[in-house]
Structure formats: structure tokens, C-alpha cells
Design a protein. Structure first.
Length: 217
């Protein structure tokens, strides 16, 4: 690959990562329009790599390009959030169910420090860190099952989860104490080797978050 081509590819990757992250964390909120020229100016690059990045982001489902108008950021509809919550319940419950009793008990112990860290970052008002901790916490329930195909699916959904949590961080902040308590209840289910109750609490936990988010939207 020649020098200019390599530089353009690197710039496109940088633009892709920047724009995708800005959509995920709400810097570019759903239904906002992105300007190719403004993005190029912000990133200090030509419009060509930005155009390449936007095309890739459209392929990934993050935006919809309107020629000569810009790119519309696709927000999460209430149906999207419901479907994402359903997918998380299926994946996480599957992981816990596939694990042995010994592995579930060990996970309950291993995740105990995560509860305290969640309390600390919420007390500090660091919602960005709490979002990451929440994704890591819930992701452990999927990973413990050891199914590489389901784990891969969960990883591909992770950025959508981040987008959902950042979009509804006011709802999360308003019920932060409940969220932490529910996380502890999930660990109690693992400790007690009760995957059926885990499924019930997980569904209620995610549904409650969804209801509060919808009410505050």
C-alpha cells in the first residue's frame, strides 16, 4: 500500500472511531444531523476519510446518509430498547444456566468487589465509568457460560448497550441505589445456586430501568 493510501485509511479509521464514540456517549445525540465538512474541520483532515467513515457507520446502522444534506444519527426507539433488553436477558441467563454450580458460586465471590466500585463511582457522579462497570458486570454473566458464539454476539451488542445507558443516564442516576441493590440480588442468586430466580430478578431489573428511562425520555 502506498503512502497516501495508507494515510487515508488511517484517517478514515480515526474518523470512524471518533464519530462512533460520539454517537454512543450522546455527544452526537439521536436524530441530530452530522456535517461532513464540519467533522473534517473538527478532526483536522480532509473530507474524503470522513466520507469513508460515514459510509461505514451507515453500514453498521449508526447513521443514515442523505446526499447533499448530511448524515442523520439513528437514535434508539422504545422498540429498539425493548429488543435490546430482551436480548440481554436471553444472553445473560443462558450464560448463568450453562455454568456449573461451582462456577456460579465463584463468580458471585469474584464480582463482589464490583458492587463496591459501582457505589463509589456513582457517589462521585462519574456516570461514564458507571456505564462501563455496568456493562462489565452484566457481561460476566454471559461470559461465565463459555459459549464463544453467544459471547461474540454479546460483544457486538455492547456498543448498543452503551448508547442505551448513556441516553438514559438521568434515569439511572435517579434510581442508582435500586440498581446497586438489584445487582447485589443477582449475586445472591448465584451464591444460592438459583438460576431460575436469577432470570426473574434480571428481567425485573432491566425492565424497571427501561420503564424509568421511558418515563424520563
Amino acid at each position: 500500500m502506498s503512502g497516501p493510501e495508507k494515510k487515508t485509511e488511517s484517517s478514515a479509521d480515526r474518523a470512524l472511531a471518533y464519530i462512533r464514540q460520539a454517537i454512543i456517549d450522546g455527544t452526537f445525540p439521536g436524530e441530530s444531523m452530522l456535517s461532513e465538512s464540519q467533522l473534517a474541520a473538527q478532526l483536522g483532515m480532509s473530507r474524503t476519510p470522513v466520507r469513508t467513515a460515514l459510509t461505514r457507520l451507515q453500514d453498521e446502522g449508526w447513521i443514515r446518509i442523505y446526499p447533499k444534506s448530511g448524515a442523520l444519527v439513528r437514535g434508539l426507539t422504545s422498540e429498539d430498547v425493548t429488543d435490546l433488553v430482551d436480548a440481554r436477558v436471553v444472553l445473560e441467563t443462558s450464560g448463568v444456566t450453562r455454568a456449573t454450580s461451582e462456577v456460579r458460586a465463584r463468580l458471585a465471590v469474584d464480582l463482589r468487589p464490583a458492587i463496591q466500585e459501582q457505589r463509589e463511582v456513582l457517589a462521585a457522579g462519574d456516570m461514564q465509568r458507571f456505564v462501563e462497570l455496568s456493562i462489565e458486570f452484566h457481561g460476566a454473566f454471559l461470559t461465565v457460560g463459555g459459549n464463544p458464539y453467544l459471547i461474540d454476539l454479546g460483544e457486538r451488542l455492547a456498543n448498543r448497550q452503551r448508547q442505551m445507558l448513556f441516553a438514559h443516564q438521568d434515569a439511572m442516576r435517579s434510581r442508582s441505589d435500586h440498581i446497586i441493590d438489584e445487582h447485589q440480588h443477582l449475586l445472591d442468586c448465584l451464591r444460592d445456586d438459583d438460576p431460575t430466580r436469577f432470570d426473574h430478578i434480571l428481567r425485573a431489573h432491566l425492565s424497571d430501568t427501561l420503564v424509568h428511562a421511558t418515563n424520563l425520555a
